[in-house]
Design a protein around this ligand. Structure first.
Ligand SMILES: [Zn+2]
Length: 539
């Protein structure tokens, strides 16, 4: 089977690549992000991985594609985002200025934007991508946008008409859709361009904003090299125009009727006279039902993610959901474990160890490929169950990897005979992930603390007999599965509801009603230790 027929439209990225290739062979996929706060996994979806995966799919299908990552650092700061450890009062004087001209929240960086951009670029690389980076601020200053700004000013009437019709708002007769950077106070949000001669642009700094005051300066400039910027609705299509963008995904909020996608498309066609890029809306990632947002402060950055899981897993999440679907994730609950189980399934399919039907297999193989940061390993890597590891590391916080491997073998959770160096690295990484997860995200009902002795309990004679029977049975050799079914039998033999028996055992061992799979748990902790606790019931 040739690679081309294999990848025919099995993922959304391949479908989009197919559409792009009908338009032409060469593509530029954009991600643009505003460095006002931390680059988080929601940004990593729309502004990084969606365009990167589309570009990869274009290349795999025989086209050529570049990916760009643009920091929109000429954008103004209009508020100090939550969740960033700075004195918001101190920053008030900078509101209304470009993010690149605002002091960094941390020492060692030139500006607010530089700090967050540096954090973003580090995360991007660790997620396995190397898009070409552009600072919008620097590009304006270099003159990259000069041509677009002149076109906009020369066609100001047309821009105004389209803007009014599409957004159903009114703009004054002589309105010019540019923002001059005031030569006196450095703000652009407070200025108004008043006349355009075809060469010179006159402006006044006269427009009060909620967050910034005008300085009343008036002047005249030749618009070039970053002394003028474009408002968002024009800036976005101007960016497509100057970079030759053919694909971009944008937040779904831009796609509403009369939104910036509608105006952007119209300006591309009527003002810049070039073909518009293919645009798709990308939904947010929600955490526990709340939108992740840099300005809310509930961010999970790539670095946070990589403390508890591999980059491949995040990539798999992105490729296995349509970009237009909201992902409801939760670092505390079982969603991370479930995602990893789905990834493991794709991995088994990729290595031919499982089949879910021809079409689904092809899709999963492709999703697995697009999830890889490096080349996929030659043979199937070891797979470990996340929730099991989370139990193991809590019972043995200090055990080294060799001891944990022994334990996993005794649990039959690790079946592969000869571990390659890569396997050992993977196991070691997973142990570290599980440790970090337990300390950062584990909910109370996943936190395990073994009792030294059983708490006082009011048990029936049958229930007590069942506990003693189990204690005696633990003198024999058991594997996890055999033990698990023996616990059920012991309950029934003593006329105790199995559910009730498990509850009793969890209370005796962990002082709670539920817990990890008991067969596993007893093997992990060790039969002797468990017996010692069960036997305290006698005293
Ligand atoms: Zn001013």
């Amino acid at each position: 089977m040739s690679q081309k027929s294999e990848i025919a439209h099995y993922t959304w990225a391949d479908k989009i690549a197919g559409e792009l290739l009908q338009r032409g062979k060469k593509h530029v996929a954009h991600g643009m992000w505003t460095p006002s706060g931390y680059f988080h996994i929601g940004n990593a979806r729309g502004e990084l991985l969606v365009p990167a995966m589309v570009a990869r799919a274009v290349k795999d299908a025989g086209g050529s594609a570049r990916t760009h990552f643009l920091a929109d650092d000429f954008d103004d700061m209009d508020k100090v985002p939550a969740g960033i450890d700075v004195d918001a009062e101190k920053y008030k004087e900078f509101l209304g200025k470009p993010l690149r001209e605002i002091p960094s929240p941390m020492k060692g960086y030139d500006s607010w934007a530089s700090f967050f951009t540096d954090q973003a670029l580090g995360g991007i690389e660790r997620l396995g991508e190397k898009p070409k980076f552009y600072s919008v601020y620097d590009e304006y200053r270099k003159g990259t946008y000069d041509k677009a700004i002149k076109i906009v000013l020369d066609n100001a009437g047309k821009v105004r008409d389209l803007w009014e019709i599409i957004t159903e708002t009114h703009k004054p007769e002589n309105w010019l859709p540019v923002m001059v950077v005031c030569e006196s106070c450095g703000r652009s949000a407070t200025t108004k361009a008043v006349s355009w001669s075809g060469k010179n642009l006159a402006y006044v700094c006269s427009e009060p904003r909620e967050y910034a005051k005008p300085c009343n300066h008036s002047g005249e400039i030749i618009p070039h090299k970053g002394n003028v910027k474009l408002p968002w609705r024009v800036h976005w299509p101007a960016t497509w125009f100057v970079f030759g963008t053919t694909f971009e995904s944008g937040g779904k909020d831009h796609f509403t009727k009369g939104g910036s996608v509608d105006t952007g498309r119209a300006f591309m066609k009527e003002v810049f006279n070039v073909e518009q890029p293919l645009l798709i809306g990308t939904e947010f990632i929600q955490l526990g039902g709340e939108k992740i947002s840099g300005s809310r402060g509930n961010v999970i950055t790539p670095e946070h993610w990589l403390e508890v899981a591999d980059a491949e897993l995040l990539r798999f999440m992105m490729i296995s959901y349509q970009p237009g679907t909201a992902i409801d994730f939760d670092m505390h609950g079982g969603k991370l474990f479930l995602l990893e189980q789905r990834y493991h399934e794709a991995e088994q399919v990729y290595y031919g160890e499982k089949s879910l039907g021809e079409k689904r297999d092809a899709q999963l193989r492709r999703e697995y490929m697009l999830s890889q940061v490096k080349k996929a390993p030659k043979g199937m890597p070891v797979q470990l169950d996340y929730s099991l590891l989370a139990t193991v590391v809590q019972m043995y916080p200090h055990k080294n990897i060799g001891k944990i491997i022994e334990l996993l073998r005794s649990l039959k959770a690790l079946k592969k005979e000869n571990l390659a160096k890569d396997d050992e690295n993977r196991i070691s990484a997973k142990i570290n992930h599980a440790r970090a997860w337990v300390s950062r995200y584990a909910p109370d009902d996943m936190k395990l603390k073994l009792n030294e002795a059983a708490p006082a309990m009011d048990l029936t004679e049958q229930e007590t007999d069942a506990v003693f029977t189990l204690s005696n049975e633990l003198l024999k050799e058991w594997d996890e599965a055999g033990l698990q079914s023996r616990i059920y039998e012991i309950a029934r033999e003593n006329d105790v509801e199995p559910k009730r028996f498990f509850q009793i055992l969890y209370r005796m061992l962990l002082s709670r009603d539920h817990g990890p799979r008991l067969g596993h748990f007893i093997v992990i902790v060790g039969k002797e230790k468990i017996r010692a606790i069960l036997d305290t019931l006698k005293k």
